[in-house]
Write a protein that binds this ligand. Structure first.
Ligand code: ADP
Ligand code: ADP
Length: 223
């Protein structure tokens, strides 16, 4: 689904990531850990061609990212839902409009019932008309999950989705991501929250990728 072959990335100076080779297979559930500044966000951006590798090959849905033209990148991104660390909502638009924006920009409509189901699923049915600044951190993150899946993506990437949440809210968010995985979606969560990873491992066959010394390796069962 996503394949890295001997990938390196640098922002101009020294290499941040090097010799990264790995596969995210359909339906898999992965965590990505590593200290702050290790390159977790950078790796996620490589997974949806927000960044292009400085060496090696990134293949998304069987297409090498450099071979994609602008339309193809846009089409590919509808199949990859991203939950950003800072949510990035348009504060003057209600939650419902923010959540449906990824479909609206491609000229498509969301059925009222589908939207109601989706907001109900993330526990925000009562906040469809609320403006983003009035939501709590946990509500905003759940809205971000709803927005990430509105295009029915095959893959969901989340960047420190529980970074600003208390434990109870973190668990609630994790539950949503586990449910998406049970629906067949491929999940990748960047986090340094080891408790979250341990909890997830009791619910799904999650694997842990660790960034260390610029390389990304599969962690053992010692986590
Ligand atoms: P993480 O998500 O693990 O905290 P990031 O991928 O955000 O790590 O960043 C890794 C390193 O790359 C950091 O040292 C960061 O300062 C640097 N970095 C991130 N984005 C840029 C950029 N646009 N230009 C230059 N350096 C960057
Ligand atoms: P149920 O099938 O009983 O509703 P699930 O745990 O299977 O329970 O969750 C399905 C819910 O997930 C749907 O009601 C739907 O609102 C929501 N959902 C998940 N992904 C999407 C998506 N891509 N588009 C719309 N709704 C989605």
């Amino acid at each position: 689904m996503i394949a890295f072959d001997n990938v390196a990335y640098s922002y101009g100076g020294a290499e941040l990531l090097s010799e990264v080779s790995l596969r995210l297979t359909p339906g898999s559930f992965h965590f990505l850990t590593g200290p702050s500044g290790a390159g977790k966000s950078t790796f996620l951006k490589l997974c949806y061609a927000e960044l292009l590798p400085t060496a090696g090959q990134v293949t998304i849905f069987d297409r090498e990212v450099r071979s994609l033209d602008r339309d193809e990148v846009a089409r590919m991104r509808r199949r990859v839902g991203v939950v950003h660390q800072d949510c990035q909502f348009l504060d003057h638009l209600p939650i419902a409009a923010n959540v449906t924006l990824p479909l609206a920009v491609s000229g498509r409509d969301t059925g009222a019932q589908d939207l109601a189901d989706l907001l109900g699923w993330v526990g925000l049915g009562h906040l469809a008309d609320a403006l983003p600044p009035s939501l709590s951190g946990g509500e905003r993150q759940r809205a971000a999950v709803a927005r990430a899946v509105i295009t029915s993506p095959d893959i969901v990437l989340a960047d420190e989705p529980t970074g600003n949440l208390d434990w109870e809210m973190s668990l609630r968010l994790l539950t949503l991501l586990v449910e998406l995985n049970r629906m067949g979606k491929t999940i990748l969560i960047a986090t340094h929250d080891l408790n979250l990873i341990r909890t997830a491992k009791q619910q799904v066959a999650a694997r842990v990728l660790r960034i260390k010394d610029r390389r990304i390796q599969l962690a053992g069962a010692d986590l």
